[in-house]
Write a protein of this length. Structure first.
Length: 343
């Protein structure tokens, strides 16, 4: 009726939300939805989280639902795994995934393998989450990307969000999943605002684990990335578009199970593939994607070898100028695309 009267209807309301606030919303909504969900980790309660992801949740839900732990990853990860085995739904926060190495036995040998070793009789519905990969000026012991590490292990699901919608939808899906999920966030994205659609603002919004998203349509080359490098790929695509090169940018969102079908369909269309990641090159996520493409039917559509853009194969330096040269930059992606296209 309003349209007939010549009145303009407003579009669905999208808002700007930071990744930090999107994660906070997801935790709040799932704590409210299911009393079995609880959050534990270092400084998550009274301090509101080291990165303020859990801001306000302790005051709202109390000591039993938001639990401060001692500085002992092996200890509190073990408590979380045990709780999951009796059908609670713990969200275990590592202050950085570099510290998850202290709890690697709990994550791999206890969480990932128990369902299989119990013939399916014991599920472990747990989420291990926290910042992953390089931040800024935190040097070698705080800068690894663990996507390939955890993606290597059967029994785990591994997600790696980029945008605020990714973060909210994947965290909610991970908490509701009956399998152990490793959620690899990025510290440098926490304060970055993204547009969040009206649909994503719903309390029932989830993103299916194992489904990639095409962030930009293109016809000349496929760019595949996860986490922060997705943004670099979009920037590189904008630069290359000015030169007549149209890049299709795929946000993997999930490392395991990997949505190789979306990548294959894109390669069939573009005939070129470039993978981008912040982790080391050897045995990396990009290496797995390239291997899957080579082993499948999409290989027959490649007009040139696939190209990987990765972090440098060295421990992360502390000096900023060296750090910048160890992390993939937009110029590196542009160079790789031109190499793949031979231009």
């Amino acid at each position: 009726l309003q349209q007939r009267r010549g009145l303009r209807l407003s579009a669905p309301a999208a808002i700007q939300v930071t990744v930090r606030d999107a994660l906070n919303q997801a935790l709040d909504e799932e704590l409210e939805r299911d009393e079995r969900v609880f959050l534990l980790g270092e400084e998550v309660a009274q301090y509101d989280g080291a990165y303020k992801i859990s801001r306000g949740l302790w005051k709202k839900y109390g000591d039993k639902r938001v639990v401060d732990t001692p500085i002992s990853e092996m200890g509190f990860a073990g408590i979380a795994v045990g709780a999951a085995m009796v059908w609670l739904r713990p969200v275990c926060e590592f202050m950085t995934f570099n510290f998850s190495m202290q709890a690697i036995d709990q994550v791999i040998n206890s969480a990932a393998k128990t369902c299989y070793m119990s013939a399916g009789s014991i599920a472990v519905p747990i989420v291990f989450r926290g910042p992953n990969g390089a931040s800024a000026g935190v040097a070698a012991q705080h800068s690894q990307c663990f996507a390939a590490w955890y993606g290597h292990c059967p029994g785990l699901k591994v997600v790696s969000p980029w945008s605020a919608e990714d973060a909210k939808g994947l965290l909610k899906a991970s908490i509701r999943d009956d399998n152990p999920v490793v959620m690899l966030e990025n510290e440098l994205l926490y304060g970055v605002p993204f547009e969040m659609s009206e649909q994503a603002q719903s309390k029932e919004f989830v993103i299916p684990i194992g489904k990639a998203k095409i962030e930009r349509q293109g016809t000349h080359v496929t760019l595949v990335a996860h986490s922060r490098p997705v943004g670099h790929c979009l920037e590189a695509a904008a630069v290359l578009a000015k030169e007549g090169v149209e890049c299709e940018v795929i946000n993997m969102r999930t490392i395991r199970p990997m949505d190789i079908e979306t990548v294959e369909a894109s390669v069939v269309k573009t005939n070129h593939l470039v993978t981008v990641e912040g982790g080391w090159p050897q045995f990396g996520v990009g290496a797995e994607i390239c291997a899957r493409i080579m082993e499948g039917s999409a290989f027959n559509y490649l007009d040139a070898p696939a190209v990987r853009v990765t972090g440098a194969d060295v421990p992360m330096p502390y000096a900023k100028i060296l750090e910048d040269n160890c992390i993939p930059q937009v110029k590196d992606i542009v160079f790789a695309v031109k190499k793949a296209l031979n231009i």
